[in-house]
Write a protein that binds this ligand. Structure first.
Ligand code: UDP
Length: 461
């Protein structure tokens, strides 16, 4: 029973890192807890507060020492932001938790984004329990924790044997998070932030990972060590796309940009079933100009209908005449409601950068994917799409690290047409069912969440 309005089962404060790919799963987790009778308060930077709209949640502003969000800005210093957030965030979050102490609903647990490991100190300082929420997959978390502890040494030997952790798929060097391999030196602060998630995680009371039993976990006894002792509580996707138990839960309830929903839906309505290639590279859109041109030519040559989420600044960099040449079969928007698009029958495949949320969304909605990973954990997610779950292809880069137009056409046709597409679609449908089952009543993720809720201090009324 998900709608537990008459019960008070404790109070959690949820603190996400304020970017879209972290807000979405953590707000969704807060809503899921609220649906089980837990009071859930989201603590987020003051400039993010107005982007959150979820009736079942309260929102409290905290400070990262910045007046507005500049995280996607190229000149932004991740290092300075981390320091500032730790200082200002610790103070303001403490005040939020303290504020509830003398009420009839004191905070029981702080669920903090693992990118903000100082959340653990705030929890300890205020006497509430602590849960770290990881927004990467379990394999990536487990591998990074080994790099953080020094068990896997840095720098990585490019010829190293596959990295094995018991019960998880092995990763080759090319599948490792890019901030420990090719982007290790160019993005030291990102590397630090990823590895910093694992400096104190073992002291937290709970570790939650947005994945589910069977998605990465394998009955494989080989490997050197075991995964981190996390509870798999995902996929954190609005209930309407999974179990349907949370009434009206059709969107994440957190959008940093306004989606052009009507334009997308009207356009999709006019297209035949499974005829559209949906293209989205997430909220950072860090695709090189050269790669952007190849994507444009690949999409054009593939001859499919195209729905492309592309920022205005990138449209200016498209090849001359491209927009005009595809105007009869392409819609370009700066931001959409990605779930709504993926769920539409006209969409036949998802060309994705393989951010973990996008990957989980494609998988949970049964949409075949073409992975074109750019950085961070995306290489690993792309590998799983092709080799582990068999729900699509990973587009291969050339020696300069660019995916050429011919490769894009090959992959799009492979997931949209012919015998290969039939098999991929079958696997996609199987994963869709498994994702739904994990989150349904009595499913593996649902049980893990219930287990957590039972430990909170609330009294059932
Ligand atoms: N998203 C969206 N509209 C868009 C593009 C993306 O709502 O036009 C959402 C998408 O559904 C996903 C999130 O933004 O939940 C992006 O997270 P992801 O981990 O895939 O990538 P990131 O932006 O962190 O690179």
């Amino acid at each position: 029973m998900a709608e537990a309005e008459n019960k008070h089962r404790g109070h959690v404060v949820v603190m996400p890192y304020p970017v879209q790919g972290h807000l979405n799963p953590m707000i969704q987790f807060a809503k899921r807890l609220a649906s089980k009778g837990v009071r859930a308060t989201v603590a987020t930077t003051s400039y993010t507060v107005s982007s959150i709209s979820a009736a079942s949640l309260a929102v409290e502003p905290i400070s990262d020492g910045f007046e507005f969000c500049r995280i996607a800005d190229p000149s932004f210093s991740v290092e300075l932001h981390c320091e500032s957030f730790k200082q200002h965030g610790s103070e303001t979050l403490t005040r939020v938790i303290e504020k509830f102490k003398s009420t009839d609903s004191p905070v029981d647990c702080l669920v903090y984004d693992s990118f903000l490991p100082w959340g653990l100190d705030v929890a300890r300082g205020t006497g509430v329990s602590a849960a770290a929420f990881f927004t990467n997959n379990l394999t990536v978390c487990s591998v990074l924790s080994r790099f953080s502890s020094g068990e896997f040494p840095l720098p990585v030997d490019p010829n190293a044997a596959p990295f094995r952790i018991r019960g998880l798929p092995p990763l080759n060097v090319d599948d490792l998070p890019s901030f420990v391999t090719r982007h290790r030196l160019s993005h030291p602060a990102h590397r630090q932030m990823l590895l910093g998630q694992f400096t104190n995680h073992e002291n937290a009371d709970w570790l939650f990972v947005n994945s589910f039993q069977g998605l990465e976990t394998q009955d494989d006894e080989s490997g050197d060590s075991e995964a981190i002792r996390a509870k798999l509580i995902g996929p954190m996707i609005p209930s309407a796309y999974l179990d349907g138990r949370i009434k009206g839960d059709k969107g994440y309830g957190a959008s940093l940009w306004k989606p052009l929903s009507k334009e997308c839906m009207d356009w999709l309505e006019s297209k035949p079933s499974q005829s559209v290639a949906f293209v989205s590279f997430g909220s950072f859109a860090n695709v090189t100009d050269k790669q952007l041109r190849e994507i444009a030519f690949g999409l054009k040559e593939s001859n499919f209908y195209i729905l492309w989420v592309i920022k205005d600044a990138q449209i200016e960099k498209l090849p001359d005449g491209f927009v005009e040449s595809v105007k009869d079969r392409a819609l370009m928007v700066s931001w959409c409601n990605q779930l709504e698009v993926l769920a539409h029958d006209a969409v036949g495949c998802f060309l994705t950068h393989c951010g973990w949320n996008s990957t989980l969304e494609g998988l949970s909605l049964g949409v075949p994917m073409v992975g074109m990973p750019q950085w961070s954990d995306q290489q690993c997610d792309a590998k799983f799409i092709e080799q582990v779950w068999k729900v699509g292809y990973r587009a291969k880069e050339d020696v300069e690290g660019v995916v050429k137009r011919e490769e894009i056409v090959r992959c799009l046709k492979g997931v949209m047409e012919g015998e290969s597409s039939v098999k991929i679609r079958e696997s996609s449908m199987e994963w869709k069912e498994l994702a739904k089952k994990a989150m349904s009543e009595g499913g593996s993720s649902d049980l893990r969440i219930e287990e957590f809720v039972r430990t909170l201090g609330g009294t059932e009324k």
